[in-house]
Design a binder for this molecule. Structure first.
Ligand code: GLN
Length: 250
């Protein structure tokens, strides 16, 4: 199968090697006999519903976010249509913030978001920096961990009843208080975790690929053949251990 990925603002939002997530999707898809077709969607480009099985947006500093925020707002309705039609989505840090209702930075300047995710983000005094470990249950009964690295001033508050990506075991997460990290709305996932995220969390890469394949085929998310993932397991363990030792402290 061809999996059509729309990569939003790759030249603006690519902090902490977030682009590496695309490399993971491409490799893991190829190892299962699928081809990843990645299209860049940047300022001024149009998004057509039906053209994408997976959308991806990375993280960036306030400066980069401000550069793309007005264009993103114009694309908001189209992004919502793509997701409503069953495509998968992954949003990291700066992108995650702007897919919510907006971001108020430390200078009191407010960036509009598109309201796809049920949250607001306000910058706090101290940046929340360090390794993070989460427990997630995207499939009921299947508990998995996610490890990564966070660096954000924004405190993201989910609406009551909204589903986080995971529960924080170690690290700050969305706001350093709620015990929540990220958000999940159906096949759309938002998270603060960089690193990049997917090389050390291959199960999450596969979950997203499988949701994207479901959109591509119009069927159920397929079971993907397991891969050895030895390096990935080591990377995950190292990262998880660092989070347990130091995560969530200023
Ligand atoms: N500007 C945002 C913050 O600091 C996002 C930073 C990032 O993407 N790492 O909260």
């Amino acid at each position: 199968m061809k999996i059509r990925v729309g990569h939003l603002y790759p030249e603006y939002l690519n902090i902490y090697a977030d682009r590496g997530n695309i490399a993971v999707f491409a490799r893991r898809a190829a190892l299962r006999g699928h081809e990843l077709d990645v299209a860049s969607i940047s300022v001024g480009d149009e998004i057509r519903a039906g053209d994408h099985d997976l959308l991806y947006i990375g993280g960036g500093q306030d400066r980069e976010q401000a550069l793309i925020a007005p264009d993103l707002v114009e694309k908001g309705r189209a992004i919502e249509e793509v997701v409503d039609a069953g495509a998968a989505l992954l949003a990291v840090c700066g992108g995650y913030q702007l897919l919510g209702r907006g971001y108020l930075d430390q200078q009191g300047e407010s960036l509009p978001g598109i309201g796809l995710f049920p949250h607001d983000t306000v910058a706090g005094e101290r940046r929340m920096i360090g390794d993070v470990l989460l427990e997630c249950e995207l499939v009921p009964g299947e508990r998995r961990t996610v490890a990564g690295f966070e660096n954000h001033a924004g405190r993201t508050r989910l609406d009551p009843g909204a589903e986080p990506l995971g529960r924080v075991i170690a690290g700050f997460g969305n706001d350093g208080e709620s015990g929540h990290e990220g958000v999940r709305v159906g096949r759309a996932i938002g998270t603060y975790l960089h690193g990049p995220l997917l090389p050390r969390n291959p199960w999450l890469a596969d979950w997203l690929l499988s949701q994207a394949l479901a959109h591509a085929t119009g069927g159920e998310p397929p079971e993907l053949d397991p891969l050895p993932d030895r390096l990935e397991a080591t990377a995950h363990a190292v990262s998880a251990e660092r989070a347990r030792r130091r995560g969530g402290r200023f």
